[in-house]
Design a protein around this ligand. Structure first.
Ligand SMILES: C[S@@+](CC[C@H](N)C(=O)[O-])C[C@H]1O[C@@H](n2cnc3c(N)ncnc32)[C@H](O)[C@@H]1O
Length: 223
């Protein structure tokens, strides 16, 4: 997400009651933290948080966690959350964490998550940066340490090259099974049902870009 550094964002995030400041302390205990027993869904790279907030409202029995690595972006999500809570009341099933997805296994125990969302992840077009793509083999392996068996990973993008790369990576990853794929989500009568749009999705589909979506199932979790 292209967002200029906001002066003071780091300090505000460090003090925000809407950001879990000690996420490693809750590893293996997120359901206790939430005070509920439901499924746990994580959005990796939530940006300004619109998608995860709408999902949390629509699914009050599911614990939602939005992670974001940049303070300035997370600050925008926090500000949106404050406005949203002023309007419709507090969230009881939503947590924000400032962290890099590389550290997922430090914050979530094996099998703790039921679903991961990757929405409009940065494409990192240069070949030498391929490992930074959130759908690279390296990242798919990281996700196997936190997702339960048969848990799902759902990836959306309008970037055709990133999508092709991600499909190929998923097909070559024995721990995963590709269970759905479309190159035009909004035109798909089955897969589009219940789709919640992200900020990027709204912007790019308004420009006429079709949205690609794939869904993977984790066959072999790692400890
Ligand atoms: C292009 S934006 C998409 C935002 C939102 N998901 C949407 O669809 O509107 C991608 C976001 O992922 C975040 N991100 C990228 N790599 C990350 C990582 N390794 N860990 C956590 N967040 C990451 C970026 O900072 C950025 O805010």
């Amino acid at each position: 997400m292209r967002l200029r550094n906001i002066p003071g964002a780091k300090e505000e995030i460090k003090e925000s009651i809407f950001v879990v400041q000690d996420p490693e302390a809750w590893r293996g205990h997120w359901r206790e933290r939430a005070g509920m027993d439901g499924s746990l869904y994580i959005e990796v790279g939530m940006g300004k948080g619109r998608f995860i907030m709408e999902q949390a409202r629509l699914n009050p029995g599911i614990i939602h966690v939005g992670i974001e690595m940049y303070d300035s972006v997370l600050l925008r999500a926090v500000q949106h959350r404050v406005a949203e809570e002023d309007k419709d009341g507090p969230f009881h099933n939503l947590f924000f964490i400032r962290m890099d997805a590389r550290q997922l296994a430090d914050v979530f125990a094996p099998g703790e998550a039921d679903r991961l969302y990757l929405n409009f992840s940065d494409p990192w077009p240069k070949a030498r940066h391929a490992d930074r793509r959130l759908t690279s083999a390296r990242f798919l392996e990281r996700y196997t340490h936190v997702l339960r068996q048969n848990g799902e990973l759902i990836f959306k993008t309008d970037n055709q090259e990133l999508y092709d790369f991600s499909l190929e990576t998923a097909r070559n990853a024995p721990a995963w099974e590709l269970i759905a794929s479309t190159m035009d989500l909004h035109a798909d009568p089955v897969l589009s049902v219940g789709n919640v749009m992200t900020e990027y999705e709204e912007k790019f589909s308004a420009q006429g870009n079709p949205i690609c979506m794939m869904k993977l199932k984790l066959l072999k979790p790692s400890a």
